[in-house]
Design a protein around this ligand. Structure first.
Ligand code: CP
Ligand code: NVA
Length: 302
């Protein structure tokens, strides 16, 4: 049966480990200049309802490096943008392609596509989740800290898609996640409840960024205004002002804490230039690891 990556639901620690074992191997092979055409002749469709730099480039280059090709399908230029149903698109694309990646608004759209497709579907970001990002981020944490086990991650800012995928990851894997979000901008309630099932208590939500940052191994943030929320941008700047990762907040974390951001970043808003461009920032490694982690996902699913 085909497998999808729509969220981390149903994934067990060994599934994550398998992805990261491959990620490490693929990264090493690429650095050593060794060709590895495991997906020769395979084709990935990439449907974009929203903008992207990293996701598009890393999937496209990843497929190329694995010997396959990727097709960029801007939904505005396809019949999806003119109202063709996702169900018909999924059935038809399944005849041409070996897999499809989709970046869109509602998570339900990704799920609908997957329901009707007979090929694997990968979530390249929805309003709810961004699983590919967190796979690369947790790999980066392992590179920098040796392991994610027992690590304390402080997520500061908006309870958005990236925050939600962090919560899903902490539900399945043994690390501690403390989120500091302003009231009214909490992460998804269902995912928070899920994280507390079976007596688990690795995820905590608070209002004070300093409380979250205290003793953290990782300080993480994302934009205050996500794609689709542009009209709220000014209001959000005011509400989130206290939730900036700056030198003072970094001072509350462990001395050897790393600073992460999925990018794109807005210097002077969610993070200062001094911190994101400073010695504790690993944001470029994170972005690079999108490529390697997604190649691992592609190998497994396709
Ligand atoms: N982090 C991330 O997904 O970046 P893009 O929006 O550029 O793809
Ligand atoms: N939360 C951001 C992530 C971008 C990669 C957004 O959805 O716009």
């Amino acid at each position: 049966m085909k497998k999808d990556l729509l969220s981390f639901t149903g994934m067990q620690p060994p599934d994550f480990e398998e992805i990261w074992r491959r990620t490490a191997r693929l990264k090493k092979m690429l650095k050593e200049g060794r060709k590895h055409a495991s997906l020769e002749g395979k084709t990935l469709g990439m449907i974009f309802d929203k903008s992207s730099t990293r996701t598009r480039i890393s999937f496209e280059v990843g497929m190329y490096q694995l010997g396959g090709i990727a097709l960029f399908l801007n939904s505005r230029d396809t019949q999806i943008g003119r109202g063709e149903t996702l169900a018909d698109s999924a059935r038809m694309m399944s005849c041409y392609l070996d897999g499809v990646m989709i970046r869109t608004f509602a998570q339900e759209r990704v799920e609908e596509l997957a329901r009707h497709a007979t090929i694997p579907v990968i979530n390249g970001l929805t309003d709810l989740l961004h699983p590919c990002q967190i796979l690369a981020d947790l790999f980066t944490i392992q590179e920098k800290k040796g392991s994610y086990e027992g690590v304390r991650v402080a997520y500061i800012g908006d309870g958005n898609n990236v925050a939600n995928s962090w919560i899903e990851a902490a539900t399945h894997l043994p690390f501690e996640l403390v989120l500091a979000c302003p009231e009214g901008y909490d992460p998804d309630d269902r995912l928070m409840k899920e994280s507390r099932k079976d007596g688990r208590d690795r995820v905590r939500l608070c209002r004070d960024p300093f409380e979250a940052a205290a003793g953290a191994d990782v300080l993480y943030t994302d934009v205050w205004t996500s794609m689709g929320q542009e009209a709220e941008s000014q209001k959000r700047k005011e509400i989130f002002a206290k939730y900036q990762i700056n030198g003072k907040l970094l001072g509350a974390a462990k001395k050897d804490a790393i600073v992460m951001h999925c990018l794109p970043a807005h210097r002077g808003e969610e993070i200062t230039a001094e911190v994101i461009d400073g010695p504790q920032s690993v944001v470029i490694d994170e972005a690079e690891n999108r490529l390697h982690a997604q190649k691992a996902v592609l190998e497994i699913l396709l």
